[in-house]
Design a protein around this ligand. Structure first.
Ligand SMILES: C[S@@+](CC[C@H](N)C(=O)[O-])C[C@H]1O[C@@H](n2cnc3c(N)ncnc32)[C@H](O)[C@@H]1O
Length: 130
């Protein structure tokens, strides 16, 4: 079931949740990688306004995103997600198949109440996708 909060009210959602320390959170994640094998590519699931991907892009990571909301994608593009072709609008778990031709990702994120939108079966399908 799609939630109107992330469509009709996407801008409100972003406004009330954009006070987090995204820069610090992404730095914390990227710092877990060794200098010899850094995180070069990242996929953000349930990306929403994709604040984490945008911050990762700023820190030099090739970032991709997926979310079911066109309105969220529009916010992401307006706020600095600088490659529209790398933000897929689609429903997970099925939409993960759209990334079959994408690079293998060094990091896959599902932050802040994203994965809980799936059923247990949906999560299994997502994790077991080729
Ligand atoms: C709580 S928001 C999290 C957004 C962002 N990760 C953040 O940190 O603010 C959940 C997001 O999941 C998306 N979503 C919900 N169900 C989805 C599904 N089945 N497939 C893809 N995206 C979905 C919504 O559109 C929404 O942007």
């Amino acid at each position: 079931m799609l939630n109107n909060l992330y469509k009709e009210f996407a801008a409100y959602y972003a406004t009330i949740t954009n006070d987090r320390d995204f820069k610090g959170q992404i730095k914390c994640i990227l710092d877990t990688y060794d200098a010899e094998s850094p995180c070069n590519t990242l996929l953000e699931l349930f990306a929403g306004q994709s604040v984490h991907s945008i911050e990762a892009m700023r820190q030099g990571t090739d970032s991709w995103a997926v979310d079911s909301s066109t309105e969220m994608k529009e916010l992401a593009i307006a706020n600095g997600f600088n490659n529209a072709g790398q933000y897929v609008v689609g429903n997970l778990p099925e939409a993960i198949l759209d990334f079959a031709a994408a690079p293998k990702f060094d990091c896959v994120l599902g932050l802040f109440n994203g994965i809980c939108n799936l059923t247990t079966e949906g999560l299994f399908d997502l994790l077991m996708s080729p």
